[in-house]
Design a protein around this ligand. Structure first.
Ligand SMILES: [Zn+2]
Length: 346
């Protein structure tokens, strides 16, 4: 089979490697689509930019690498949809041809191996419901990140929400908070393409932070109050300040503390004046990825239910598809910010 291997800066090489064989409790999946995640782009940024604290090689990829003992480069390609091609010994309830989303990695290839039993973050297999396309299914993993962020935010029915950064995760959070019954939703995003999609997907107000101060605008739109919850999805220090400023001042006796959800991954340290949080009585909460598949609330399952019930629409997010041979072009264009979500198909 073919496999794209990252061998240097902005350089994938398509290699011919032996077809994988499923071990006990495993299946081999023929990859239909593998989406490019922001974290897949990180090795490129790391190699390109200086001043990056390598202990946190900009976030989740390195953390996952530490947690799993797998190198960062091997982890590339984890937003996968496909069909079961081979079933290993001891696997029950799954057969060749089943349409699935695996918790797996190495998806820039013809085939991937997946562990059927949920044993860790990268194990477990989910059936794709009828009526959900393979393209949409490839985005179940990032949708799970958004589902987890929204559930952990404890947003309540009718809450006003601000989202800073309308990249894939910001746009998925937008759809999840709509499904969860958010009131007015305001989005701050510098890129026009993304602002347009945000508007289409139900944002009440889209703000271009290069033209106006998003904090001022959000204050105006909420009668000076600010929002109940702000999601910071940009990974930019200055924007984290804006998110803290955009939430309302906490009134403990009414349990109405504003909450900032830190979702973005920061390639550089951010400067925070703790009084922004303390004097406003604001809660600052981080959220990374999603629960392991063995947890009671498996966000992959929730994401698939939202898709099945058409409570989210992933199609407007998919703005490009590239064959595996053109993976270098796909990554270059993704890095240039030309697309919202790019799919690779072997
Ligand atoms: Zn991802």
């Amino acid at each position: 089979m073919r496999k794209a291997e990252l061998v240097g800066f902005e350089k994938f090489v398509i290699k011919e490697v032996p077809d994988p064989e499923p071990g006990k409790g495993q299946v081999v999946i023929r990859v239909n689509y593998c989406a490019v995640c922001g974290t897949d782009l990180e090795p490129f940024r790391v190699l390109k930019e200086k001043n990056i604290d390598t202990r946190y090689i900009s976030g989740s990829m390195n953390l996952w690498a530490q947690m799993t003992g797998i190198t960062m480069y091997q982890l590339l390609g984890h937003e996968i949809s496909g069909e079961i091609a081979k079933v290993g010994e001891g696997v029950e309830g799954w057969s060749v041809g089943d349409r699935v989303v695996p918790r797996a990695y190495g998806g820039y290839a013809d085939y991937v191996i997946a562990d059927v039993k949920p044993a860790g973050l990268f194990s477990g297999l989910y059936r794709i419901p009828d009526g959900v396309s393979m393209e949409e299914a490839a985005l179940v993993e990032p949708l799970s990140v958004a589902v987890a962020a929204v559930r952990r935010s404890e947003m309540k029915l009718g809450d006003r929400v601000a989202i800073f950064g309308a990249g894939p995760i910001g746009l998925l959070i937008l759809q999840c908070i709509r499904a969860a019954g958010a009131g007015e939703v305001f989005i701050s995003e510098p890129l026009k393409v993304r602002r347009e999609v945000a508007k289409k997907l139900g944002a009440d107000e889209v703000i271009n932070p290069r033209e106006e101060d998003p904090v001022e605008r959000i204050k105006d739109l909420t009668g000076g109050e600010g929002v109940n919850v702000a999601f910071e999805c940009s990974g930019v220090g200055e924007v984290l300040r804006q998110a803290i400023e955009a939430v309302r001042v906490g009134v403990p006796e009414y349990r109405s503390r504003g909450r900032v959800m830190v979702v973005g991954i920061y390639p550089k340290p951010a400067v925070i004046y703790p009084n922004w949080v303390v004097l406003k009585n604001v809660e600052l909460r981080g959220t990374l990825a999603y629960n392991p598949p063995s947890a009671p609330d498996d966000e992959f399952k929730i994401a698939l239910t939202l898709l099945k019930r058409r409570m989210v629409n992933l199609k407007p997010l998919i703005t490009a598809k590239f064959p595996l041979e053109r993976i270098n072009d796909a990554f270059r264009e993704a890095l240039e910010g030309k697309h919202i979500k790019v799919l690779i198909h072997p």
